[in-house]
Write a protein that binds this ligand. Sequence first.
Ligand code: GLA
Length: 399
Amino acid sequence: MTPTASEAADLFRELTGSAPERVWSAPGRANLIGEHTDYNEGFVLPFAIEYRTFAAVGRRADGMIRVVSTFDRTPVEVAIVELPALFGGSPGEAVHSGSVPEWAAYPLGVAWAALAADGSALAKIPGVDIALASDVPIGAGLSSSAAIEGATVGALDDLWELGLTQLDMAKIGRIAENQAVGAPTGIMDQAASIMGQNDAATFLDCRTLETQPVDLGFAREGLRVLVIDTRVSHSHSTGGYGERRASCELGARQMGVPALRDLTTGDLDRARQVLDGVTFRRVAHIVTENQRVLDTVDTLRAEGPRAIGGLLVASHVSMRDDFEISVPELDTAVTAALESGAIGARMTGGGFGGSAIALVERNRVDETKAIVAEAFERAGFGAPHQFTVAPSHGVLRDA
Ligand code: GLA
């Protein structure tokens, strides 16, 4: 077991006095390209990373669910039959009541959504203890939350014999995030975390929910993905993320389509006539970004990873200028990485902070890091946290 898996198992022992029955884990993710397209029913191309959250679990006889984590060692305990009341009814209805700490709303929300999805009588389900430990950086835009959801749903599916598919698991994670935690996100992070494969990205059509692994070839080609965590904090349950989502919905309504997915770059002239300036720019980002995801998949397949740099950079420019979700630290990271010779770079995730990624030749990683660090210092920003990630496997049982 990895140190973090052992940490989860130790925490479980501290909580219950016995060893866990199972340990499951799921990873964080980085998005290669396709930002804010998921809730517009468009395309995304994320990959799972090697940083993971571990859930050590065991059944208990009394119908209670108890969660504890290394984020907060105070256990939170709820009767399984009380979960619907805690989260305001059945999935599809209300939002998080605020009566449990936010970190606990993730695993408890997953349990609630998993049981609702299965349609089983809540009272028949055995209780469970869950101990969580994670090495996914928090607040870096690498979906530490999807990793908690993925590890929890994998473990509960196993213990409770729910028979969930990977897609069910991703949907359950999203319900927990949207309705138990109250963050109005799409399904990208959960799908990436559950379905990840080594050295591949997950190409997801967020309308049909069809997925295909797309070979990235980074390892084979001697490339690394450098994450530049700006340490500027972001939160998707408040503020800008929801506003962007509302603009997209307005743009779709005014253009007379069910979702922005239904527009192509050929519709942008008409959009410019119909929409106000701000809504037009938001729509332009989504429409061009969907096309860039499709182009990235084609380019990876036809020419390999060294050919996608221009698409990554165009995606960043679109987020900076049209969707307006970048911050100066992210722009500095991208510019400096490109100056250092990176193949491509862009902010990744929801924006307003978090991380940028840069695709870099293996033997130039240190140089890029140094040039980015210098640029941050010159700009008077706090030092970024820089580390490489490798496209890795999704949810699995560790013990
Ligand atoms: C966050 C959300 C995702 C997605 C991205 C932006 O990570 O959780 O659903 O919308 O932002 O692409």
